[in-house]
Design a protein around this ligand. Structure first.
Ligand SMILES: Nc1nc2c(ncn2[C@@H]2O[C@H](COP(=O)(O)OP(=O)(O)OP(=O)(O)O)[C@@H](O)[C@H]2O)c(=O)[nH]1
Ligand SMILES: [Mg+2]
Length: 470
């Protein structure tokens, strides 16, 4: 069956992108390794001019595909001087990361040599790659879809083992295939509708109305199940924000350092020591945490301290869990009240300086900790993980889930469109061909997510944050 005559525009999909949508067809080059002193570095070149460039720069040039070959690299510029001895590996299109001819030049490390090798490739005709441009070309050439490309960025940026595992799964294509299956489901619904539109005169239509409504309901349920993974997924991706709050001098920075196992924040017996919020990643087995030490909360006329306290307030507003710290019962209660005014995050009452507490039976906190002896630290972290799991569900690293606001927005848009369709269909409020526009919009929202369509602003948004050379 085709959609002709149904009033539904032809499918936008097919294989991702016409190649060269944004690609200017030039050969690009970049240093792919981080700057600084190192044993080796890598300069990556991709594009149609790679083999010509190799001929100009390398000696010998008999490069076999996928074989690391030791060569001398000359600058083709005025002097023709030797720049470095390199190991060159040629990947022939389409069997490369970008889908184009790719040359990887492993050079000696340091600040000078990689830059000189890059300069030589530019003089031989390449241009400097934009951030993320190698991966962008991989997407344009159908080597990766957009979700997998994001996963490449996530792998590079991963600061915790959970985020690392999640990114690997996404790179594996698990999320892409789940989204694609849902999109195919929506296209199936669209096909049922097209049939109904083409043969409206048949009494109940050839397809019972209820069957179409059921199909829409089933799709909405599946999309909502996927949406339910977003909260935990985003927390895993970004790290769950855990804020240490309390009056000055109660031991927040000491606790922060003890949890991290290193002296990151300055500790003194002077109240008001911490002026600015300090953030660090704590990689727990289930949940990666973004742990934040803040300025002690109190009324003050000191301008800088005031700014620090305001920053504490902002962090509190975004927190997933707040550790309300105090070194006696009343100070814990006070900070608990202040914190609750700023946030609806889960609050854990923490009694600090537990080593000094004589009356340990008094029940004025959820947990007692000592930064000096280490007592209670493990119990506190267990409690943090329990609270996160209670609120946000178990982070799923084995099943595909949503990890970014972009994913959440696209799947939400698809649900809203299908809901709008369902209402119109149930009430017979709109002609089928008009109601069907909602179904098409739902399918398109998922197509944008995987990158089946050629939308430059979607690509720009995804690749803007990549590093050069990736
Ligand atoms: N005995 C004992 N002393 C502690 C403990 N934790 C912190 N202290 C002491 O309490 C004082 C204040 O510690 P900080 O960690 O700087 O306190 P803070 O809450 O970060 O203070 P501000 O940054 O000023 O708000 C220091 O003298 C610490 O040595 C603890 O577990 N046991
Ligand atoms: Mg402090």
């Amino acid at each position: 069956m085709t959609n002709s005559g149904s009033g539904i525009p032809a499918t936008r999909g097919g294989r991702p992108f016409g190649a060269d949508a944004v690609n200017d067809g030039r050969t690009i080059a970049a240093i792919a390794t981080a700057p600084g002193r190192s044993a080796i570095a890598m300069v990556r070149v991709s594009g149609p001019g790679v083999r010509d460039l190799a001929r100009v720069l390398l000696h010998p040039v008999t490069l076999a595909a996928r074989r690391a070959t030791r060569c001398v690299l000359h600058d083709a510029g005025a002097t023709g001087a030797t720049v470095d001895e390199v190991v060159a590996t040629l990947y022939v299109a389409p069997h490369s990361f970008t889908g184009e001819d790719v040359l990887e030049l492993s050079t000696h490390g340091g600040l000078l040599i990689p830059s000189a090798v890059l300069a030589a490739t530019l003089r031989a005709g390449a241009r400097v790659a934009e951030p993320g441009e190698f991966t962008r070309r991989a997407v344009l050439n159908g080597k990766l879809d957009l979700l997998q490309a994001e996963a490449v960025g996530d792998l590079i940026d991963a600061r915790s083992s959970v985020a690392h595992r999640t990114a690997l799964r996404q790179l594996d294509g698990g999320l892409s295939s789940r989204i694609e299956a849902l999109r195919q489901g929506i296209l199936g619904l669209e096909a049922l509708l097209a049939y109904d539109i083409d043969f409206p005169e048949e009494d109940d239509g050839p397809i019972p109305r209820a069957r179409i409504a059921d199909a829409a309901a089933a799709l909405i349920a599946s999309l909502e199940a996927l949406l339910a993974t977003a909260e935990a997924g985003t927390l895993v991706h970004d790290g769950a924000l855990v804020v240490l709050a309390g009056a000055p001098n109660v031991g927040k920075s000491s606790l922060f350092n003890a949890l991290l196992g290193e002296a990151r924040a300055i500790v003194t017996d002077v109240p008001g020591t911490t002026r600015d919020a300090i953030e660090a990643v704590l990689d727990l087995p289930e949940w990666p945490l973004r742990l934040v030490d803040t300025a002690g909360l109190r009324d003050t006329t000191d301008v800088i301290e005031r700014l620090g306290i305001e920053a504490s307030g902002r962090y509190l507003g975004q927190a997933a869990v707040v550790l309300a710290c105090g070194d006696d019962g009343p100070s814990i209660a006070r900070v608990g009240d202040v914190v609750r005014a700023h946030t609806d995050a889960s609050v854990i009452r923490v009694r600090t300086k537990w080593d000094l507490v004589a009356d340990r039976d008094k029940n004025d906190a959820d947990v007692g900790v000592s930064a000096h002896t280490g007592e209670g630290l493990r119990a506190l972290l267990t409690l943090v993980e329990e609270r996160l799991t209670e609120r946000h569900g178990v982070p799923m690293t084995d099943a595909p889930g949503l990890t970014r606001a972009r994913h959440h927005a696209a799947v939400t848009a698809a649900v809203l469109e299908l809901q709008a369709f369902t209402v119109a269909w149930r009430d017979d409020a709109l002609p089928a061909s008009v109601a069907a526009i909602h179904v098409r919009a739902a399918a398109d929202a998922l197509a944008d997510l995987i990158g089946i369509v050629q939308v430059d602003d979607v690509l720009d948004a995804v690749f803007r944050r990549f590093c050069v050379g990736k």
